[in-house]
Design a protein around this ligand. Structure first.
Ligand code: PEP
Ligand code: MG
Length: 591
């Protein structure tokens, strides 16, 4: 509500429509909680001499603000989590009163004639590095504290306040600049009903998690954190990508009706559970489930998935973080998956940590470009202790079902060979201990790095199956960050370069006689999935709730036609031409 100054009456705020990308379907209606989660972007601005005094004043005011933020945070943490953790904030508050530190920052503002944010950032980094080089753990911790204090100060300078995610629950729509997949898991499990975020593309991991939790999400909404205020009423339509701030009663009613309609449609589609996924001319397609969180196992069965085509095991780690999952925790979950889906196969992907799926406990270093860094198989091979725990559990669980082990981010033959050697040593170890484990297992690789796609003929000779991860394959082949809202128009699944890679991989797999599936989001898109079938893919894996719609599309089309259409697409020059051609052939509409 806003107060009309002439009458003093409260006027409803004007309704506002925003258009983003709907990446997790459904309608959410709730009260807004706005979060700023991105790490501070700190730039260096030179100051003219006459503005330096003013900058010092601004810095001193920020110290007061940061102190009061830290103290109230400490009080809340003390009440909820105990004095030990609250002690961290006490230490931060003391550092904010450390005259030596404050003088250093002021000195930098004055001597280098720079903005306060830059002076804080530089000073905190310099001191942290100095402490990090000392042997004692106490000093290294102090370096980390200094870094945290620097963040509090920068937040205060930038006017950003703190939020404790654990306090957010109920009929709340979280509006944020960005959200990590782990925050999305946490907030989703606390009962948040919708997400509307500035960053993110269609296949970001946060989008995938929102879908797993069945929570509507719209991404690509620049500026929404400034437009919405705490407690504003918000509608999020994750199907159309529309967000409505301050909706009228009429708009709310309209969306409630849409919600009911979507529910009825979902129930109707779920009733196709026992129908086979067979084209009109008799090709049978395998539709498996992608699982991120254990609560989806039930959905996989409910929606008639034939097995699990991708279990993203890193989410077990993300859910437990900062604790590391124990061998028994891995084992219990893998066994549950295998038993729930028997006699169907279960593809368990080894940890794909790193990249944007943060792994502070195992990374050990900061990376400037983590998506091209120590991620997936690169990280696990470099951390044998962590990997051994996971593999022991995997092989033990494999005794209870049809286990397929999938390696993420493979780019070279050598990674597969190194894995085999390591896996053999783990299996020898289990045998030596007299522990029961799977006598055999299938080994596959994700085809998601362009180099892997282009050596598919060689890889096919070394593994039992391929799973094409189009989410990353598109990102790496087209050089387009899958999480960056500024380049979503360039993230083109139907780009002929991607179709040609898929075609090459499928052909090489067929020559070697190994199965190939697609587990990226393309498999769940009704149009793209039909092109994949036309290229010869006969196994698709997707979020369980998407299985019925893809099945319905498969049942309405003939594979012979799809094959001809896909061949034609391979000769076209751009994604736009492919889309236009498919529309003219009514591939998206069924025929
Ligand atoms: C992919 O890259 O397509 C994939 C399925 O893996 P993820 O989305 O977990 O990176
Ligand atoms: Mg991937």
């Amino acid at each position: 509500m806003a107060v009309d100054p002439s009458s003093g009456r409260q006027e409803p705020l004007a309704m506002q429509f925003l258009q983003g990308l709907g990446v997790s379907e459904g309608i959410a209606i709730g009260r807004a909680v706005c979060l700023e989660t991105r790490l501070e972007e700190v730039y260096r601005f030179p100051l003219p001499p006459e503005e330096i005094e003013e900058e010092l004043e601004r810095f001193r005011r920020a110290i007061g603000q940061a102190r009061s933020d830290v103290e109230s945070l400490g009080e809340r943490v003390g009440l909820e989590l105990g004095d030990d953790l609250a002690g961290i904030f006490e230490a931060h508050s003391m550092l904010l009163g450390d005259q030596h530190l404050l003088d250093r920052i002021e000195g930098r503002i004055r001597d280098e004639a720079v903005n306060a944010e830059w002076a804080v950032w530089e000073t905190a980094n310099e001191l942290r590095e100095r402490f990090a080089s000392l042997q004692s753990e106490r000093f290294r911790d102090r370096g980390e504290d200094l870094q945290d204090v620097g963040r509090h100060l920068i937040r205060a300078l930038q006017g950003v306040s703190h939020h404790e995610l654990s306090e957010i629950a109920g009929d709340v729509v979280v509006i944020a600049d960005d959200l990590t997949p782990s925050d999305a898991v946490r907030l989703g499990r606390q009962g948040v009903v919708g997400f509307a975020i500035e960053a993110g593309g269609r296949t970001s991991h946060t989008a995938i998690i929102a879908h797993s939790l069945n929570i509507p999400l719209v991404t690509g909404l620049p500026g929404i954190t400034r437009l919405a205020a705490y407690d504003d009423l918000v509608v999020v339509d994750g199907t159309s990508g529309k967000v409505v701030l301050h909706p009228t009663d009429h708009v709310i009613k309209e969306h409630l009706q849409k919600q009911q309609f979507a529910q009825a449609l979902e129930e109707e589609l779920a009733a196709t559970r026992d129908l086979p996924a067979v084209t009109r001319d008799g090709l049978s397609v395998d539709l498996a489930a992608n699982i991120d969180l254990s609560e989806e196992i039930e959905d996989a069965v409910r929606y008639g998935a034939t097995g699990i085509g991708l279990y993203r095991s890193e989410f077990l780690y993300i859910e437990r973080s900062p604790a590391m999952p124990s061998e028994e925790e891995h084992y219990a979950l893998y066994r549950q998956l295998l038993e729930a889906m028997a006699p169907h196969p279960v593809v368990i992907r080894t940890y794909d940590l790193g990249g944007r799926k943060l792994a502070r406990e195992v990374m050990e270093t900061h990376e400037d470009n983590p998506v091209l860094g120590l991620r997936g198989i690169r990280l696990t091979l470099a951390r044998p202790q962590v990997f051994r725990t996971q593999l022991r559990a995997l092989f033990r669980a494999g005794y209870h079902g049809d286990l397929w082990v999938l390696l993420p981010m493979v780019g070279t033959l050598d990674e597969v060979r190194q894995f085999r050697l390591f896996a053999d040593s783990v299996r020898d170890e289990l045998e030596g201990e007299g522990i029961t484990f799977a006598a055999t297992y299938k080994l596959g690789v994700m085809i998601e790095v362009p180099s892997a796609a282009l050596i598919a003929d060689h890889l096919a000779g070394e593994v039992d199956f391929f799973s094409i991860g189009t989410n990353d394959l598109i990102q790496y082949a087209l050089a387009v960050d899958r999480n960056n809202e500024h380049v979503t128009h360039l993230y083109q699944p139907l780009h002929p370069a991607i179709l040609r890679m898929v075609d090459f991989v499928v052909t090489q797999a067929a020559k070697a006689g190994i199965p190939v599936s697609v587990c990226g989001e393309m498999a769940a898109d009704p149009l793209a999935a039909m092109v994949l079938l036309g290229l010869g893919v006969e196994r698709l894996s997707m979020s369980p709730r998407r299985v019925p719609a893809i099945k319905a599309r498969i049942r309405s089309l003939a594979i012979e036609e799809l094959r001809k259409d896909a061949r034609r697409c391979l000769d076209l020059g751009s994604a736009a031409e492919v889309v236009e051609y498919l529309a003219s052939r009514r591939v998206g509409a069924g025929r």
